[in-house]
Design a protein around this ligand. Structure first.
Ligand code: SAH
Length: 484
């Protein structure tokens, strides 16, 4: 992959630009350049009628004849739009030698800049580029956006521009200013402007300027889902776009974080099993501090915040501090791992109930109701279980669950690197060790797990290789897995 292009918007007003070519393509370019206020020089032996008229009216300067490198004298930008490849190549070469940015229409390799497909709404412009590799796709996207973006947006952007100084003076703090603007955007002002009702919009702005209630921070507790960014909810996405600060766990995938507002401050509060980088108490303090400073804080957690996510404790701390909050659920690992491994958690005839349990430390293991967990025809979704698998097997077998009960261990569920290991309870810890299953992994135990062998659809095929008899030791088992 070559490096990405660097997008810019050029101010061409009053600047000299050379356009080489006098046909229909050149005319299209000339129209756009004149609209941008460029001092346009068009070089070509002859001009098509529209260009000829513009030249006659003095709106552009015509250099009659074949391309002459002298035409490049004093220009900021050059565009070659002839149907003669040799001329286009010469323009690109000569411009390049003079450090003048040059575009050859439809010949990306000769360009030092490219012209994007664009959408305009007054001063608001959206530019789309495919680096010249799929201009059709860029145009298709533009058409799609054209129909989706309200024409009134342009008027709104202009109006905001005219109010900019007043808003800045009234709200010197950029965070506060953004909040006021967002309220205006969502409120009656933008609707009124779209209808062309400037008076109502003015009233809404005056009200915002006059009232200016003190900045009120808040916390939105958001479930980021298991990793696939497509599994984030729309409400979660909206929260990420409003965030001034994002406090996220290690478990949150980079793809989900990439959807957040670019200028939001991101703070990783990693808490992996065993390595508590930031204590829960410290997380509470951070949430309260940022919210008290008037910020919109998104607390982003893997999966769902209320499923083994300590979301409840965080809300307790916020309530105690008097900070307003909202909660956006996420797709929890059990649901995602079931879906992405083709294992329905309940299934007629196989399982009438499903239990979400965690078994990561001695304490949590000892407090579980093993007799209930060992019942047949139910599914266990075990979180944080990678270390506790041997104890889990021992307890379940002791309480009567059959050694032949199927399991699925789903590692990195819903992510491109997902792995699914299938087997039976009797050989669970050995199989997991042999396959080198690491956190995050979720154990699905119960009759339904066997369905993963037939119904899998995502990522690599499940690992179903059985251990050779007597090859229980992890090292030997690892070798046999590799040899398989
Ligand atoms: N709140 C989270 C769970 C946090 S506990 C949720 O609702 O999903 C962390 C445990 O969740 C991990 O140890 C693992 O068992 C499970 N987990 C989270 N994401 C996972 C993923 N993508 N694949 C497999 N297991 C996952």
């Amino acid at each position: 992959m070559p490096a990405p292009l660097f997008p810019v918007f050029l101010d061409l007003a009053g600047r000299r630009v050379l356009l080489v070519g006098g046909g229909a393509v050149a005319r299209r370019k000339a129209e756009a350049l004149l609209e941008a206020g460029a001092r346009l020089v068009v070089g070509a032996p002859a001009l098509e009628p529209w260009l000829a008229r513009a030249a006659a009216e003095g709106r552009l300067e015509h250099r009659a004849g074949h391309f002459d490198p002298d035409w490049l004298e004093g220009v900021w930008l050059a565009i070659a739009a002839t149907d003669d490849a040799a001329v286009n190549a010469a323009v690109a070469r000569e411009a390049g030698a003079r450090r003048i940015w040059v575009n050859v229409v439809d010949e990306a390799p000769r360009c030092s800049f490219q012209v994007p497909a664009r959408i305009e709404r007054g001063p608001l412009q959206i530019a789309i580029s495919s680096r010249g590799e799929a201009p059709m796709l860029a145009r298709w996207l533009r058409e799609k956006l054209e129909t989706e973006l309200d024409p009134g947006l342009g008027r709104f952007a202009e109006w905001l521009g005219s109010k900019r100084a007043a808003l800045r003076a009234r709200f010197p703090d950029p965070v506060r200013r953004r909040q006021v603007l967002e309220a205006l955007l969502r409120g009656p002002a933008s609707d009124a402007l779209r209808r062309g009702d400037t008076a109502t919009a003015e009233q809404a702005l005056d009200a915002a300027l006059a009232e200016a209630p003190a900045a009120q921070g808040r916390v939105i507790l958001v479930g980021a889902g298991p990793g696939d960014p497509g599994l984030l909810t729309l409400r979660g996405l909206r929260a990420l776009n409003q965030a001034d600060v994002i406090l996220h766990d290690r478990l949150v995938s980079p793809e989900v974080l990439a959807l957040a507002r670019r200028d939001a401050e991101r703070i990783e509060v990693a808490k992996e099993a065993g390595t508590h980088h930031v204590t829960q108490q410290r997380i509470h303090e951070l949430l309260v501090e940022h919210a008290r400073a008037g910020r919109t804080v998104v607390r982003l957690k893997g999966g769902d915040p209320f499923v083994f996510g300590r979301g409840g404790e965080e809300l307790e701390a916020l309530r105690a501090a008097g900070i307003p909050y909202e909660v956006v659920p996420g797709i929890t690992a059990a649901l995602a791992c079931g879906a992405y491994s083709g294992i329905p958690l309940t299934h007629r005839g196989h399982a009438q109930s499903v239990r979400f349990v965690t078994a990561h430390c001695r304490d949590s293991i000892d407090t579980l109701d093993w007799a209930a967990l060992a019942q047949e025809r139910q599914t266990l979704a075990v979180y944080m279980g990678v270390q506790g698998l041997a104890t889990l097997r021992e307890r379940l077998l002791a309480h009567g669950r059959a050694a032949s009960t199927p399991f699925a261990l789903v590692e990195n569920g819903s992510r491109p690197e997902q792995r699914v290991l299938l087997g039976t309870l009797g050989e669970l810890p050995e199989r997991a060790a042999a396959a080198g299953i690491r956190s995050p992994a979720l154990l699905i135990l119960g009759e339904v797990a066997a369905l993963g062998a037939r119904l899998h659809w995502f990522g690599a095929a499940p690992i179903t290789h059985r251990l050779a008899p007597g090859a229980e030791a992890p090292a030997a088992a690892a070798r046999s897995t590799l040899a398989a």
